[in-house]
Design a protein around this ligand. Structure first.
Ligand SMILES: C[N+](C)(C)CCCC[C@H](N)C(=O)O
Length: 272
């Protein structure tokens, strides 16, 4: 089970929580970018960001669950927490990691979108030379707040869906593991993979809106806010617009999150 009873401070394994995220990201980045025909474009930046974001996500989740249940990882094997507590702890982690993720995600989306239209011979050079140049350009053009473009949509996307993420993982592990025992590696892989899929299926509609808000700063079309972006997207493209990228998100989510949870449980087990 995700060792929710540990705090990052008490458990060295938790201090390495970002490791599994980076491993998972390398697996999933081509899927994430193929939506925009970019493959490995802009990957260096998410590798750095996943270290920060996953540490915050899993650290806040663990500490929130510790605060809610006052039970250690060991104790929780025998008495699993309520799924309400798991959901609240997951939402707390989701809310706080969103603000760490926002600038990194904006830069990733801007770099990935550069692949369209594909550069033709003799065409002008791409707008951004790389992640650092992209960050500097946004900062120069829009100030520090520009780096948080789409942050609200990202927060609305991640808060509930990361609650669902951890509830799905804990529930699947609990269903397949005898009380008081550790889930097997196969259980962790399958539970982590389906947790990722469930989370992305519920997050895709707002993921579409978030990406549009992040790109709005470049195009003439600047939305008057989140609701304006939703209404104009539905008006122009119908309700199907909310499921754009769902297949790719789901195909990517299984391996990424299976590996993320497996390496995370492995780190906990080795250093826990
Ligand atoms: C909340 N949302 C669905 C956006 C992400 C949930 C899984 C996060 C994981 N690091 C991944 O990249 O798949």
């Amino acid at each position: 089970m995700t060792g929710a009873g540990e705090s990052l401070v008490n458990n060295p394994g938790r201090r390495r929580a970002s490791g599994p995220g980076a491993l998972g990201l390398v697996l999933g980045h081509p899927f994430d970018t193929v939506k925009l025909l970019g493959f490995f474009k802009g990957m260096s930046f998410p590798i750095v960001s996943i270290a920060v974001v996953n540490s915050v996500l899993f650290g806040v989740y663990s500490n929130a669950l510790l605060a809610l249940t006052a039970t250690s990882h060991q104790e929780r094997r025998a008495q699993p927490p309520s799924y309400t507590h798991v959901f609240i702890a997951g939402c707390t982690g989701g809310f706080l990691q969103a603000y760490c993720l926002a600038p990194f995600d904006l830069i990733k989306v801007r770099l990935q979108n550069q692949t369209e239209p594909r550069a033709q011979p003799g065409s002008p050079p791409p707008r951004y030379r790389g992640p650092v140049h992209c960050a500097a350009s946004i900062f120069q053009a829009e100030g520090p707040r520009g780096l948080f473009r789409g942050a609200w949509a990202l927060t609305l996307r991640d808060t509930p869906t990361l609650g669902i993420y951890f509830v799905t993982y804990e529930w699947l592990c609990h269903q397949s593991t005898p009380d008081g025992q550790n889930p097997s590696s196969a259980t962790v892989l399958v539970a982590g993979g389906f947790a990722g899929i469930t989370s992305w299926v519920t997050a895709t509609p707002l993921d579409v809106i978030k990406s549009r808000m992040q790109m709005a700063g470049l195009e003439q079309r600047a939305y008057r806010g989140l609701l304006d972006c939703v209404v104009s997207s539905v008006r122009q493209e119908g309700l199907g617009v909310f499921f754009r990228g769902l297949t790719i998100n789901s195909a990517r989510a299984f391996p990424v999150n299976a590996v993320t949870f497996l390496s995370y449980e492995y780190l906990l087990h080795s250093w826990g």
